[in-house]
Design a protein around this ligand. Structure first.
Ligand SMILES: [Zn+2]
Length: 255
């Protein structure tokens, strides 16, 4: 009775220790989307799998499909992203990138746009000349484009409900709608209650424009460096991002 062998490229999203020396890896793979696979005895000093799979490293992986789990039989590191490993801000950003992807993707749905966008963002971080970049913004750029690639592109160009242009003064993003509403449509909602129940969030004109820029895939990463955010806007964007992520997460950390 033979096992099916598979070979693909992967980026490590997460790993957890199991038992004496095993480890489970969450991988984003080029050919199979997100996978969970076991590395038996990987934590033993003698394991030939050691070092082949590092946090957010790009590797080649060979695995077999066992009866009820996938077992990694061979790995080879293709790209360690050394310039990321030398910078604590970049390490933090790469960690957030892979952990967001892990929580947003269901297993075994191959999606090559996501695979290539992940490599693209790791490459942005790995570029030496970008030591002074705002890496939080790189993370938000990744996150909001991943929402779009997963089919949850936020509706930011006009009112989600009536499709009319919004008056920039005061716009509210409604999580239930996945987009913004104009002043008239907002009036039909109980906005005070929506804000207190955290099902809506107020966007300043600046934040709305920043969101539009971040989700515009034609923008390219070089314009990221032109965005300068105040700390208040930054914490609102953080809140907006984490609530949108929680709503779409495949794991239920939050009730
Ligand atoms: Zn409207």
């Amino acid at each position: 009775m033979g096992f099916s062998h598979y070979r693909t490229q992967a980026v490590v999203l997460a790993s957890q220790d199991r038992g004496e020396a095993d480890r489970i890896f969450h991988l984003y793979t080029k050919d199979f989307g997100k996978l969970r696979a076991w590395a038996i005895s990987e934590r033993k000093i003698t394991s030939k799998l050691r070092g082949g799979l590092e946090p957010w490293g790009h590797s080649e992986v060979e695995f077999i499909e066992g009866r009820n789990r996938k077992i990694i039989v061979d790995t080879a590191s293709l790209h360690r992203y050394q310039a990321i490993r030398n910078n604590i801000e970049k390490i933090r950003c790469a960690g957030r990138v892979v952990s967001a992807l892990d929580s947003l993707c269901k297993e075994e749905i191959p999606e090559q746009h996501i695979w290539f966008f992940l490599l693209h963002v790791l490459q942005i971080l790995d570029t030496e000349e970008r030591e002074q970049w705002d890496f939080e913004l790189v993370y938000f750029y990744f996150l909001w484009n991943i929402f779009s690639l997963l089919g949850y592109q936020p509706f930011l160009e006009a009112c989600k409900n009536c499709k009319r242009a919004v008056d920039l003064e005061k716009t509210y993003f409604f999580f239930s709608e996945g987009g913004i509403l104009c002043r008239d449509c907002t009036k039909k909602k109980n906005i005070a209650r929506a804000l207190s129940q955290k099902i809506a969030i107020e966007l300043s004109p600046f934040l709305l424009q920043t969101m539009r820029a971040l989700t515009n895939q034609k923008m390219g990463e070089n314009n990221l460096n032109a965005i300068s955010m105040a700390s208040q806007e930054r914490s609102l964007l953080e809140e907006l991002s984490s609530r949108y992520t929680a709503q779409l997460s495949v794991y239920s950390y939050e009730s």
